[in-house]
Design a protein around this ligand. Structure first.
Ligand SMILES: [Zn+2]
Length: 465
């Protein structure tokens, strides 16, 4: 269970009015903003006006959330890519003249379907920074606090938005993704950060490297209180291990390029709950209309249930979106699950993953996050990679290569491999060939990275030849 709980840190609002609204007030406020965004899009955006006209509707036909859900069609990545191909490079949905665009964001392309392109006006960039500023405030960052930022900065919203947010929150920030791990740690020792921003996989790398180089976590990073992660699922046992090692709390942020990042984030309560389960990331609902829909029925799920997240950003000037189907699998949580008292519902912490990450192994649907939670529950494991391929005789084979932390003795490694294979068979129901690889065999993940490869098609092609 996470070691830093509410009570250790006081709740401190960033936007007093928005954060102390009742749920009813919030829902009404959000609806007014959604109506205003529909009018804005109708008046300025040819792409959405065409989609409305094809269905014979105008914003006046949308009078209730149910109207919105039933009358406005879901927007998919494919729709956006077709628009970009027909109207390069931004697509017709840009909706503002080019001289209003100051920043261009590209999705990271993890789905393999192609990159979406988003223009941002100056107001969009400031809004995005403002979302992040809330996030930093909730995790405890105040003006003047040193914050280390380990995400690559290029054309991804995550890097640009999180940097802009640091600026707007008044933090003293260090953009350190460029440096090797040792240099990062030395810089941290010199400037004594209060918070850092990274991804779960890289935090493990940073931790193990710090141990190898003999850093003393409490003495060398005495002011560190908050570690903010995003872009990766994690088991709760990993949270406990990291919080104890660094003597700092783990927080999470869920964002996406489509929203302009910053959709949902941990409050002071962190990523766990009081009973040792998972906590929630509050959706920043005044500025994003989020639906969680059952993928089969397209009806809203109840709190506690899983579904696909569908987003309507309520602030975007350029490249707006209405009901974008993210393909992200989330679990909806009620605001009443969090002790902080804010009215915003949330997404369960630590488990967001993409529907297209699911792999069918030996006839079963397997989620990489479920495997991660088994593998990383063994704290001797540093990292792993898995692949599914057609082995000898065309037999479907699942193989896992495991890299151990450097201080794990050989005989323990052998025991761990056997234990992992048994645990995977028991809990996932699939027999995997689990073997060890040498240290430093895998590329280190700085942002999004995939641990699983599906090579069955390649195998079949080879067979056909
Ligand atoms: Zn909360």
């Amino acid at each position: 269970m996470p070691i830093r709980k509410l009570g250790v840190r006081e709740v401190e609002f960033y936007h007093g009015t928005l954060e102390s609204m009742s749920r009813t007030e919030l829902v009404d406020y959000q609806w007014l903003r959604l109506k205003a965004q529909l009018d804005h899009v109708w008046k300025t955006n040819a792409f959405f006006r065409d989609r409305f006209q094809e269905r014979g509707i105008t914003p006046d036909d949308i009078r209730t959330p149910e109207d919105y859900r039933k009358k406005v069609p879901l927007l998919t990545k494919k729709d956006l890519l077709v628009d970009q191909t027909d109207n390069p490079p931004y697509g017709n949905r840009l909706g503002v003249p080019l001289d209003k665009v100051v920043q261009t964001h590209l999705t990271s392309g993890t789905s393999g379907l192609g990159q979406e392109i988003y223009g941002c006006t100056r107001a969009d960039v400031e809004h995005l920074g403002g979302m992040w500023a809330v996030n930093y405030h909730w995790v405890g960052v105040r003006p003047g606090d040193a914050v280390f930022h380990f995400w690559p900065i290029a054309t991804m919203t995550a890097g640009l938005g999180s940097m802009r947010g640091l600026m707007q929150s008044g933090a003293r920030y260090f953009l350190a993704a460029f440096f090797d791990t040792k240099t990062k740690l030395e810089l941290m020792k010199r400037f004594d950060p209060k918070a850092m921003l990274t991804v779960p996989a890289y935090l493990t790398t940073l931790t193990e490297t710090a141990k190898e180089l003999g850093f003393d976590f409490r003495k060398d990073f005495p002011s560190l209180e908050a570690i903010l992660v995003a872009a990766g699922a994690y088991p709760l046992s990993w949270v406990t291990e990291m919080e104890e090692t660094w003597d700092a709390a783990i927080y999470e942020q869920y964002g996406s390029t489509q929203k302009g990042s910053g959709i949902a984030m941990s409050c002071e309560a962190g990523v766990g709950d009081e009973k040792g389960g998972r906590g929630l990331l509050h959706i920043w609902e005044p500025f994003v209309y989020a639906e969680v829909l059952d993928p089969a029925t397209r009806e809203p799920v109840k709190p506690g249930e899983a579904g696909e997240l569908v987003l309507t950003p309520l602030e975007r000037e350029a490249s707006p979106l209405l009901r974008f189907a993210t393909n992200d699998k989330v679990v909806l949580r009620s605001h009443t699950d969090c002790p902080c008292g804010r009215p915003f519902d949330g997404l369960e912490a630590g488990i967001v993953e993409r529907y297209d990450d699911m792999i069918k192994m030996k006839g079963q649907n397997v989620w990489p996050a479920a495997i991660d939670s088994i593998v990383f529950a063994d704290h001797r494991v540093f990292d792993y990679r898995g692949r599914v391929f057609m082995g000898t005789g065309g037999r479907e084979t699942v193989e896992m290569e495991v890299e151990f932390k450097k201080d794990v003795p050989v005989e323990e490694r052998l025991r761990a491999l056997g234990g992992l294979a048994a645990a995977l068979q028991e809990r996932v129901g699939i027999r995997m060939e689990v073997r060890e690889v040498l240290a430093d065999s895998f590329d280190r993940v700085l942002f999004k990275g995939k641990r699983w490869m599906d090579e069955r098609i390649k195998g079949l092609d080879r067979k056909r030849i």
